[in-house]
Write a protein that binds this ligand. Structure first.
Ligand SMILES: NC(=O)C1=CN([C@@H]2O[C@H](COP(=O)(O)OP(=O)(O)OC[C@H]3O[C@@H](n4cnc5c(N)ncnc54)[C@H](OP(=O)(O)O)[C@@H]3O)[C@@H](O)[C@H]2O)C=CC1
Ligand SMILES: O=C(O)C1=N[C@H](C(=O)O)C[C@H](O)C1
Length: 276
């Protein structure tokens, strides 16, 4: 029996931050995918990578060159995957929205104002925005919803502990913050009213109903997240640990496929994985 052709046309994908840690993972995943093709690879104008082949690091040249001309790169693409920094993503979104190019945003560390601007851009083009593209982490969000509801009345203290590599520039991680939001929302509250991001010196006793965050940075830790529900005489820990960035890249490509027939709107991985 011959395989039926996919109903979604092959997506032409541009990658921003092409020589970054995620840029490399994404380029490898795209080159191994039959659902999309690498249309363009972007880096900053002053990057030493400009002009080099984006897949040279794999020993498999793609024939493309890493470029810095955003408009030229996006005009060759259906979708941009962006794992850079908030200021870069906002700049990329301006042009993508104007050209109607869809955007998968993996970058973390946005301000509330930037998040509001992303929602505005989603009125002009389709945007996937998630601090963690891995299937496992998104299933973990769902488990946290359940635990937060079931444990709401039991006096359980909630602490979120995350660990990442020494190069990470934002803290707490976007995933840890999202975990806090998921828990607070499941309990009918707002994270902003409950979050404790720092403790030092004579802090006094822990305040009931707060959600504490602890950040670890070191070596090459890919990404660990644990949520602790500490009760009296027992504690529950819900953990996810990434040992490779491949899960983030594979999730991003599923997101590209999900956006393929969308013109506008803001989505997250719950939409892709049918978890809402
Ligand atoms: N949603 C998810 O599933 C995941 C999200 N992330 C997030 O993705 C982002 C990138 O992570 P990672 O790949 O480890 O980071 P890297 O620092 O390895 O790569 C970032 C890339 O973006 C480029 N860049 C930096 N600033 C700008 C800018 N202003 N404009 C354009 N390009 C820029 C860098 O170029 P240069 O080297 O020249 O500065 C580099 O190529 C982070 O925010 C991280 O938290 C990471 C993993 C998973
Ligand atoms: O910077 C990283 O590496 C990661 N960043 C994301 C985050 O801030 O949550 C996702 C993942 O944990 C890896």
């Amino acid at each position: 029996m011959t395989a039926s052709p996919s109903s979604t046309p092959r997506q032409r994908v541009a990658v921003a931050g092409a020589s970054g840690r995620m840029g490399h993972m994404l380029i490898e995943a795209i080159l191994n995918s039959s659902d999309c093709e690498l249309a363009a690879a972007l880096d900053r104008a002053d990057s030493p990578a400009i002009g080099s082949d984006p897949s040279a690091f794999l020993g498999k040249p793609s024939g493309l060159k890493i470029e810095s001309d955003l408009r030229a790169a996006l005009s060759k693409a259906d979708c941009l995957i962006d794992f850079t920094r908030p200021e870069g993503t906002m700049e990329h979104l301006t042009v993508a929205a104007e050209l109607g190019v869809k955007v998968v945003i993996g970058t973390t560390g946005f301000s509330d104002e930037q998040k509001a601007q992303i929602a505005e851009f989603a009125k002009k083009t389709a945007i996937m925005f998630s601090p963690n593209m891995s299937v496992g982490v998104n299933v973990t969000f769902k488990l946290l919803e359940l635990a937060a509801k079931a444990l709401q009345q039991g006096g359980y203290d909630i602490e979120i502990i995350e660990a990442h590599h020494k190069h990470k520039v934002d803290a707490p991680s976007g995933t840890a913050l999202k975990m806090g939001e998921v828990i607070a929302e499941a309990q009918g509250t707002q994270l902003a009213d409950r979050a404790v991001y720092e403790r030092f010196g004579h802090t006094g006793e822990r305040k009931a109903d707060t959600i504490g965050f602890a950040t670890v940075r070191g070596g090459d830790i890919v990404g660990d997240h644990t949520v602790l529900f500490a009760g009296t005489g027992e504690r529950i820990e819900i953990s996810h640990k990434s040992s490779s960035r491949a899960g983030y890249a594979n999730g991003s490509l599923r997101a590209v496929g999900y956006l393929a027939d969308k013109k506008t709107g803001q989505y997250d991985m719950y939409d892709v994985l049918n978890l809402r």
